[in-house]
Design a protein around this ligand. Sequence first.
Ligand code: HEM
Length: 318
Amino acid sequence: MAAFTSRSTTLIAFAVILAVLSGAAEAQLSANFYAKSCPNLATIVRQGMMAAVQREPRMAASILRLFFHDCFVNGCDGSLLLDGTNSEKAAGPNANSARGFEVIDAIKTQVEASCRATVSCADILALATRDGVNLVGGPTWSVPLGRRDSRAAFQSLANANLPGPGSSLATLIRMFGNQGLNARDMTALSGAHTIGRSQCQFFRSRIYTETNINGSFAALRQQTCPRSGGDGNLAPLDVTTADAFDNAYYTNLVQRRGLFHSDQELFNGGSQDTLVRQYSTNPGQFNADFIAAMVKMGNLKPAAGTATEIRLNCRKPN
Ligand code: HEM
């Protein structure tokens, strides 16, 4: 009996070590992952994003949002890019909202022509996000690579994991916490709302009913977002420098000019006020924290047992 117990303990310990080792092997992304297998990757992605942002500056924002919405749903696995069954594109936070998929398709076509069946759609999205941010005035950074694409999408997880614009600070902290991101990461990542556009339906209640809002800002937004109708009318997320990636998101918050209820929650007498003030006066600190949080978010892994591959077409499994 004693011998049996000690042997089974040894077996269990061995299994645990194996599980930890295989997890660690999978966890290891590296910036030079494709250095040999696809040496032109960075150039191809950069050129694709240059063309896209030149056509429409907002595309930098749209791609950045795709990366966030991909990573929060079973990790950064390109699952958001899949069409068809259980599509995340059809989930509440994405339907008639997530955009830029054809830009990723065009870059993927170029990458496949140069290095066939080598680079994941998830990695292309991560690189395109970095380049988009940089092309509209934001910082650049080294992107750890080596992600794999999931073979399936996770519509119900997309509905569950992505925060809505009516969220409280406690909800935001909890939902980012569920992904292993702390409140500081959440506040830095929210600085992404320094670029891009929103539909009226997502900020209407804020500009008509809330009191912690700058009066002339509310009046300005009401001009193109009526009390009823015009649900899809667009407004910039950053009223100051709409298409530039800078720290104006935070100066706006300090002036009570956050567009979403959830934005203003970060500066409304709560735990993130001090950090928002710091970012509003220290763009270098914002950039450093934003990069660190993007890399951390970019490290989110698919659940153990998820079937993965290098997809040839970002819209469908091989
Ligand atoms: C903190 C919780 C967040 C909430 C509640 C939220 C909510 C939203 C909503 C409602 C929109 C407008 C969508 C539309 O009008 O169709 C939006 C746009 C956007 N979000 Fe967020 N978001 C959050 C965090 C983030 C994060 C972490 C990032 C990236 C790191 C991000 C990047 C963007 C960008 C760039 C846009 C503009 C997209 C475009 O113009 O196409 N958001 N967000």
